[in-house]
Design a protein around this ligand. Sequence first.
Ligand code: GLN
Length: 503
Amino acid sequence: MTELVGRSISELKKLLAEKSVSAREILSAHWKQVHALDPEIKAFTCLTEERAQKQAARVDELIARGEALPALAGIPVAIKDNICVADYPTTCSSKILESFIAPYEATVAQKLDAAGALFIGKTNMDEFAMGSSTENSAFKKTANPWDVSRVPGGSSGGSTASVAAGMAVLALGSDTGGSIRQPAAFCGVSGMKPTYGMVSRFGLVAFASSLDQIGPLARSVEDTAIALSVISGHDKKDSTSIPDPFKNQGPRFEESLAQEPDKLMKGLRVGVITELVGEGIEPEIVSSIRAAAAVFEKLGAKVTDVSLPNSKYALPVYYLIATAEASANLARYDGVKYGLRETEGTAKDSILQMYKSTRSKGFGAEVKRRIMLGTYALSSGYYDAYYKKAQQVRRLIKNDFDKVFESCDVLISPTSPTVAFKIGEKTDDPLSMYLSDIATIPANLAGLPGISIPAGLGKDKLPIGLQILGNTLSDEVVLKVAHAFQQSTDFHNRQFPGLATVG
Ligand code: GLN
């Protein structure tokens, strides 16, 4: 049988359309990959096998009837475990939701299903998406396919590792402060955080509602664009969803990519964020970003250095706003409405004690740390000094972006200051873990679209991520620039060393 793992969406769809393979065969090739690799990678919290079989059968029927194939027909997809897939667990990798079965389906999952995708499974993550390494999962630690002694990044580590290891062609992650882009950088794949409000969050378990955004992960920008076209658009079930972001046209991001790289880059102005190519960033990473700037220049773009002076406050601002919102969002896990209820040692009539025991047993250390921080920042007497101040500085950060976007179309920087670190290396030092997102957080605070794509190999031959940021709703420009880079380089084709041997 033709090798089916590691292929692009368009390759797989071509094979399907010419009837060289069936959706069931694509599915079984990916199950084989999951069974061969996942015992070591540990990307999945649950496999959604029955659902995938049904979806594959449906696609095969379409083919048999000679009907047109939808955008993701027969494409295996992995879904982060904070996004609801009806009738399967949505645990957020937390003990408190271990027994929770989603009674409904997230809009993004519905859209993937309608586009013919095959759901492989739900993926491991940092508990409630709080973390940068997937080590905060209550269940297991996902390994980086490039080196299993290292983290895949986080919090969407399971989704990202599943794509990097060829267990899924696409995956969905969520990005509150970098959780799609940073793991994409660590695992050598492409991962996009769309403009805030462009993808429905209905059915996404909330962490920090003014920052959370769902987005796709894939092995190329082209596949990322196809997935984004499918999942984006207005949803009346999400009140933060942008009304009519595409002026009724329906997004076709992949179509705008079908040009030569120099045409894609023609006349574009690229700014290199100076604060992110200096101190604190591994030297190999800085060189790769400078080399990427040279690639854009060669393609006809105008490259300049730009400054975002207030971005130095992004980390503290984020850890006040995100924790404040999390403390409110996570108040709903009280042992009454969802999942775990801990009554052991509780007097029958003490509901307060039941809340306390449930939350104390159900939440992990990082989640508790965030709830306490956020509750403190919102408490009377401190609200003005912390939460309100943070919101004011958030505005200054956004103003910096507005200013540089007057003279730039996109901004580039490293996605992360380091390559993938060792499992256990930062678990005892939350601050150094938080620093992992220093380059990604500003875009969430400003609601901007951003992508991370592979841009070389750094220390210990591990992938380096190039971040490309755009102005509000210029997701298409971001994708074009990223695609132009991939058309001119081959970093995205360097799969993790084990991929070629399995299948
Ligand atoms: N690592 C950041 C955090 O721990 C971002 C997480 C995310 O984007 N979900 O909050």
